[in-house]
Design a protein around this ligand. Sequence first.
Ligand SMILES: Cc1cc2nc3c(=O)[nH]c(=O)nc-3n(C[C@H](O)[C@H](O)[C@H](O)COP(=O)(O)O)c2cc1C
Length: 394
Amino acid sequence: MVDNAFWNTLSMASLLMDRFPAISDLERRAQRRIPSFAWTYLESGTGSDVARDENIAALERVKFRPQFLKGILEPRVETELFGIRYAAPIGIAPVGLTGLIWPGADEALAKTAAEVRIPYVLSTVATAAPETAGPLADGMGWFQLYPPRDRDIRDSLLQRAKDSGFTALVVTADVPAPSRRERQRKAQLRVPPVITPRLIASAATCPAWVQALRVHGAPSFKTLEAYAETSTMSSLAGFVGANLGGSLSWDYLSELRELWSGPLIVKGILDPEDAQECVDRGADSVWVSNHGGRQLDGAVGAIDALEPIVAQLNTAVPIIFDSGIRDGIDIARALALGADFCFAGRAFMFGLGALGGGGPAHAFEILREGLTNVLHQVGLDDPTELPNRLASRS
Ligand SMILES: Cc1cc2nc3c(=O)[nH]c(=O)nc-3n(C[C@H](O)[C@H](O)[C@H](O)COP(=O)(O)O)c2cc1C
């Protein structure tokens, strides 16, 4: 006999889907529950948000040409990547200062990844250490590196990631310098946050966020505390500014290849020549992304950068895509244009803000169900055949 807990879980899931059938529903609720300074940090791009919005607009221009009369279809979205089977070709992209957006975020994201079996990438500047997040992710964790200038710190980070069960290393290439993030400045977002009357007033309107803060404490760059020899956020922020970023070169990438024996992925690539050089230097995958439009407001929409890179690499390595994924159909669009796997940043954070710890799993379910439905609608069982259903873009 099936027990009550099963039916309760099932009806809970279907109630959630009725109330929040789209990522945009989670986004709206998250905006009400996250203090405005943290919300601006999450949703803004840079400059006038042109690149952020273009990511979404360019995805919407990708259309399908369905075929029908296919009888009973049973779309299968499980995907293998680097020898691991994942529930769908979607993962949780690295997000820094996570605990500011939702206190306890990294722990919740890592647990979600383990529960639904998708990859979760822990950022160097996340607010949980690899030793905490790795075991929670239970083999689903990847580690993202902002390349430290100090080689000893770099080597130590790689060792800690490996020892904590992270299977893949993601090196972020697209932050040669901090971007201007004008809206974050105007929202008075500082690291650490400076407690002003405006900040207190903003937090006071978000009781669930304040409660989560009480439980998990103020956010800190936990991974870096060991090197900065301090746990005060102002010293840590200074440490991040002085030690991370601006150091990545082709030779540095080759050194990383020597040091890391597992899958090595370069994130933030938009140019085919760069993509080729990554592969020539031994990268196992190229991650096409414009950082969610947060670095260069004049950057090409990420999906428009994908096709030339796919053509250049010609199946030499799997290609990962992110920037602008807000629905299962966006995953289908990226796969149709030659990506092998996708990631989303904001979509999972919207889930967390809207629903707390259970929110990322619901965001995943929206994306998975959306992708499965697109496969039905275009007449396919197998997502790798999506390129055959691509129509023109206009
Ligand atoms: C609030 C926020 C923080 C981010 N922090 C990082 C980071 O620490 N490291 C990194 O490689 N990318 C970071 N990214 C970029 C994401 O990994 C991802 O490329 C981007 O969110 C994809 O766009 P999407 O939000 O439209 O899905 C961040 C993105 C956001 C929204």
